[in-house]
Write a protein that binds this ligand. Sequence first.
Ligand SMILES: Cc1cc2nc3c(=O)[nH]c(=O)nc-3n(C[C@H](O)[C@H](O)[C@H](O)COP(=O)(O)OP(=O)(O)OC[C@H]3O[C@@H](n4cnc5c(N)ncnc54)[C@H](O)[C@@H]3O)c2cc1C
Length: 421
Amino acid sequence: MSDMISVEEFRSQAAAWLAANLEPAEEGGGRRIRGVDHYTRGSVVPERALQKKLYEAGYAGIAIAKEYGGQGLTPAHESAFLSEAADYRMPDFGVLGGTTFGVCLNTMLVHGTPQFLARHVPPILAGDRLVVQFFSEPGAGSDLAGVTTRADRDGDNWVLNGSKIWSSGAYYADWGMCLARTDWDQPKHRGLTWFAVPCDAKGLTIEEIKEINGDTEFCQEFFDDVMIGDEDRIGDVNEGWRVSQTMLVFERGAGRPSGASGPITPGELAPDLVAMAHHLGRTDDPEVRQLIAEAHTNYFAQRQLSARIAGLLRKDPGNSGVAAYGKLAAGTFGPRRGKIGMRIGRAGALAWDPGDRDGMEASLNYLNSRVQSIAGGTNEVQRNGIAERALGLPREPSFDLHRPFREVVRESGGEWKPPTA
Ligand SMILES: Cc1cc2nc3c(=O)[nH]c(=O)nc-3n(C[C@H](O)[C@H](O)[C@H](O)COP(=O)(O)OP(=O)(O)OC[C@H]3O[C@@H](n4cnc5c(N)ncnc54)[C@H](O)[C@@H]3O)c2cc1C
């Protein structure tokens, strides 16, 4: 018989610990605005301390094996903790919270060797290692298998050269998960390998990129003879495409533990939009009322869809076709909500008085709303995925699928070419 603590007992222990040790959540969940609330190495210092507190008390990595610093419990224990923790102030690492704990850690757990996991997982759980994703490149985004950053074997080491771009939060990350080409004679999907790279590695330069919302969350990286050990490889050599698939499914929302228990309810009526309508004296305007109702309905429908997709993915974790539906919904409703905010805010969402957070929020939400339709795979790419992998329609025609990548690069006349063998 298992001596594992029951979920209910774990929940009541967690509730007592949370009440004794954590601060209550900020009003409105601390509503951070992308583009205004800039995260820095300094601003995440208290968040790291908070994460360490959770880790030391046994509330980080609840469903992760004990040998990797976790608690060896089940996702149900983790969900119980998250639902109790919803009323408390939890660590906020900005965009790196999602990439570290939602995407990179989960991917490492699927593909890392026990030795790799023993070295990397405990510092991640303890808040000492925030991880950024290095996959997109100036010449490879939707066509991710076309990356040309290279990793060449040098004894027990690998030498990385090339450039990555759009890496969210790289400037305050500790490590990156990097996709590189390790075999140019294989077709594009077969010569790829993933590595973990320290952000302070010699030869790695990280440059911030100014964005339309005024922030500099994105970065471009330049790898100039960056040397890393083979022990920091993730997955088998040339099997990187399998790892990429896992990562993209996590990126599209799979495996995210949910603190919600019980049925999903419609929740509060679009509180930020209602507040803005009040502020502008537009609550009686029929158009505004319609728009608020639309935003609220979309939000509810999207949460229902996400819950259904999460359920399907729990049964079939690698199903990227199913994951694509959730990502497409976010990429469709996100931009629509951004437009709704602008239509309610009118001129006040284009120019606002100092301190008027409503106007600023509507404007930035609009500028930021494309994030969800591009990041982690564009809407068009999700539609392709649904067509091919969920509906079984014919694959997109492709001229380079079965040819050695070396030939594809040579014929494309790209400036940066691999050396000949
Ligand atoms: C907010 C944000 C955060 C991001 N964070 C990261 C990160 O942390 N790390 C990282 O590595 N990358 C990151 N990215 C990059 C992101 O993954 C890429 O922008 C995305 O995959 C699209 O690639 P691209 O920008 O090169 O566009 P392209 O691939 O050049 O696409 C341009 C247009 O062509 C369309 N298109 C391309 N191929 C097809 C096709 N086969 N069929 C139909 N239409 C097609 C696209 O849908 C798009 O509209 C981020 C992007 C954003 C917006």
